[in-house]
Design a binder for this molecule. Structure first.
Ligand SMILES: NC(=O)c1ccc[n+]([C@@H]2O[C@H](COP(=O)([O-])OP(=O)(O)OC[C@H]3O[C@@H](n4cnc5c(N)ncnc54)[C@H](OP(=O)(O)O)[C@@H]3O)[C@@H](O)[C@H]2O)c1
Length: 233
């Protein structure tokens, strides 16, 4: 298939690009910084694009079979709009060019579920702080994005991972509709899960939750890493 990936230059997007190319797809990778994009392949086209710019989104989406988005920004105290404005432009472009399949990443934190076995520290401190304070503006915008996607007639799938971490390869991850128990999702698993949607109708016009179960990162390391990244991106 011919697929366009928004957010291709992020850590999940790069894995998704590699997996899609390995799977025989032709990939258009969208980044604001093409000079920093590390992958080269004969079936890969790297295009400069900013989702705030409708013309560049239209240019990217024209003649594609599917759109995948791993677009993201760090937490911020300021209002965040990139998810909702980005998806608005992506939806407009898909409608204009008759592209139907959309797979985009959201987060399990858009609809948190209590987990009685989650432990006091996670349930009472980490999750509320992330969802209601540090990540408040980001999750508000992700919810706006989800609502806009659900209001389309496109063949959409919203993928909700939990805390992202790295594994060296894809693991036997689990999926479920809307919500799945599990605090973490490896980026390799998330990429594999997104790509898998292109050959499956199981989660068509549905929300797919995805969790890594075979390995777990250290909570402390994860928090430190994400906190460090959010300050320095
Ligand atoms: N971190 C977590 O624990 C976690 C948990 C659940 C869900 N998520 C979500 O999972 C997704 C993937 O996360 P990630 O950490 O792999 O990626 P990420 O670092 O959040 O972002 C991916 C890429 O989006 C691109 N981007 C940002 N603003 C853009 C704009 N205006 N126009 C075009 N591209 C733009 C950036 O690439 P360029 O600068 O090259 O353009 C960036 O590298 C994100 O949606 C994230 O919010 C993350």
């Amino acid at each position: 298939m011919k697929i366009v990936i928004f957010g291709a230059n992020g850590p999940t997007g790069r894995l998704l690009t590699e997996q899609a190319l390995a799977g025989g797809h032709s990939v258009t990778a969208i980044t604001r910084h093409p000079e920093q994009f590390p992958i080269e392949h004969e079936q890969l086209r790297v295009m400069q694009g900013d989702v705030y710019d409708l013309a560049s989104v239209e240019n990217a989406v024209a003649r594609q079979d599917a759109v995948l988005s791993t677009l993201g920004v760090p937490f911020s105290r300021q209002p965040i709009q990139v998810y909702s404005q980005g998806i608005d432009h992506i939806i407009q472009a898909m409608n204009r060019f008759g592209v139907r399949r959309l797979v985009c990443v959201s987060s399990s934190a858009t609809e948190p579920h209590a987990d009685p076995q989650g432990g006091f520290f996670f349930e009472k401190i980490v999750q509320p702080v992330i969802v209601n304070t540090i990540g408040k503006t980001l999750y508000e915008d992700m919810r706006r994005m989800e609502k806009m996607v659900k209001n389309t007639n496109l063949d959409w799938t919203i993928v909700r991972p939990s805390g992202l971490f790295e594994t060296s390869e894809v693991t036997p991850y689990q999926m479920a509709e809307n919500h799945i128990r599990g605090r973490f999702t490896s980026r390799a698993d998330l990429a594999n899960c997104m790509l898998g949607q292109l050959s499956s109708d199981r989660y068509l016009q549905k929300v797919a939750a995805v969790a890594t179960v075979a390995v777990q990162p250290s909570m402390l390391k994860l928090i430190m890493r994400e906190a460090f990244q959010s300050k320095h991106k």
